[in-house]
Design a protein around this ligand. Structure first.
Ligand SMILES: C[S@@+](CC[C@H](N)C(=O)[O-])C[C@H]1O[C@@H](n2cnc3c(N)ncnc32)[C@H](O)[C@@H]1O
Length: 248
C-alpha cells in the first residue's frame, strides 16, 4: 500500500475520502520531510517527488485552460486539422488522459470528451484538480467525464479515439523542465510501456472509425502500424488511422 501524507490538522475533503482505503494515511508536520515519493495533502493533493529536491507537483486545470487560447489552437493547426469534419456531438475518447491538456484543447474546439487514466496517482491528482476548478468544461454534466482504468478494456463503444501514450521509456526524449515529476510518476508504472500496447487493433475491433495518435516528430509509428496519413508539426506529429468501413 502506498502512503498518503497529510498535513497535521487537515482532513481529506469529501471527494478524496475514498483514498483512505487505498493509501496508508500518515500525518506530518509542516517541517517534517516525508521519505520517498508519495502523495501529500495540505490545501490540495500533491505528488511529492524524490528527485527535484522533493518538489511538489499538482495539476492545475484553470492554469491550463487559461494557457490554451484560441490563438494557440489555430497556431497548433495540426490539432485543428486532425479533428476537422468531426461531428461535435460525438464524444471524443481521450484514451490517455495524463494532465488533461489535450482534453482541454478538444473542449476548446467544441467537443465533448471522455478521458481515461490508468495510473492511480495521476487519476487521484486529476480528481482533486477537477473538484478545484469552477470552469464549466468540468462542471457542466456532459462536457467531460473522467474514468479510472485502461481505456482499451473499459471503453465499449469508441468512435473517435485520441491517443497520446508515453513518448518512450527513453528519458532523453522527454522535455527537461516541468514534466519531470509527471514523468517520475509514470516511469515507476511498469504497466505503461507502450512497446507492449495493442491500442490500435483493440479500438478498431470495438468499432472505432478514426484513431488519432500523437507522436514525437521522429518517433516510430505506434505499434509499428503505418497510419493512413499524418499531420506534421514542428515537434509532434498526428498519425491518423481510419477504419476499413470508413475507407469503403
Ligand atoms: C503522455 S500522457 C498524456 C498527456 C495528455 N495527452 C495531456 O494532454 O496531458 C499519457 C497518459 O496516459 C495514461 N495511459 C497510458 N495508457 C493508458 C490506457 N491504456 N488507459 C488509460 N490511460 C492510459 C498514462 O498513465 C499517462 O498519464
Amino acid at each position: 500500500m502506498d502512503n498518503l501524507y497529510i498535513l497535521k490538522g487537515k482532513q481529506l475533503p469529501t471527494h478524496l475520502k475514498n483514498l483512505e482505503s487505498i493509501y496508508q494515511l500518515i500525518e506530518i508536520g509542516h517541517d517534517e520531510i516525508c521519505p520517498g515519493a508519495n502523495l501529500y495533502y495540505s490545501d490540495k493533493l500533491y505528488f511529492k517527488s524524490t528527485n527535484s529536491n522533493y518538489a511538489l507537483f499538482n495539476i492545475d486545470l484553470d492554469l491550463q485552460i487559461n494557457k490554451i487560447t484560441k490563438q494557440k489552437i489555430l497556431k497548433t493547426d495540426i490539432f485543428f486539422k486532425a479533428f476537422k469534419n468531426t461531428d461535435k456531438e460525438t464524444h471524443i475518447i481521450d484514451a490517455t488522459a495524463g494532465g488533461l491538456k489535450d482534453a482541454i484543447f478538444l473542449m476548446k474546439l467544441g467537443f465533448k470528451v471522455k478521458s481515461y487514466e490508468k495510473n492511480r496517482i495521476i487519476f487521484d491528482l486529476l480528481t482533486d484538480a477537477i473538484n478545484l476548478t469552477n470552469h464549466t468544461y468540468f462542471n457542466n454534466e456532459g462536457n467531460h467525464h473522467l474514468f479510472l482504468g485502461d481505456s482499451c478494456e473499459l471503453e465499449k463503444e469508441p468512435k473517435i479515439v485520441y491517443l497520446d501514450p508515453m513518448f518512450s521509456h527513453n528519458r532523453k526524449a522527454l522535455p527537461k523542465k516541468g514534466m519531470a515529476i509527471f514523468s517520475e510518476i509514470l516511469f515507476s508504472d511498469s504497466s505503461l510501456n507502450d512497446n507492449n500496447s495493442n491500442y490500435i487493433n483493440s479500438f478498431f475491433s470495438k468499432g472505432a472509425e478514426k484513431i488519432i495518435v500523437k507522436r514525437a516528430d521522429k518517433a516510430p509509428y505506434l505499434e509499428d502500424i503505418k497510419p493512413n496519413y499524418s499531420h506534421k508539426g514542428k515537434t509532434v506529429r498526428f498519425d491518423i488511422y481510419l477504419s476499413k468501413k470508413i475507407l469503403k
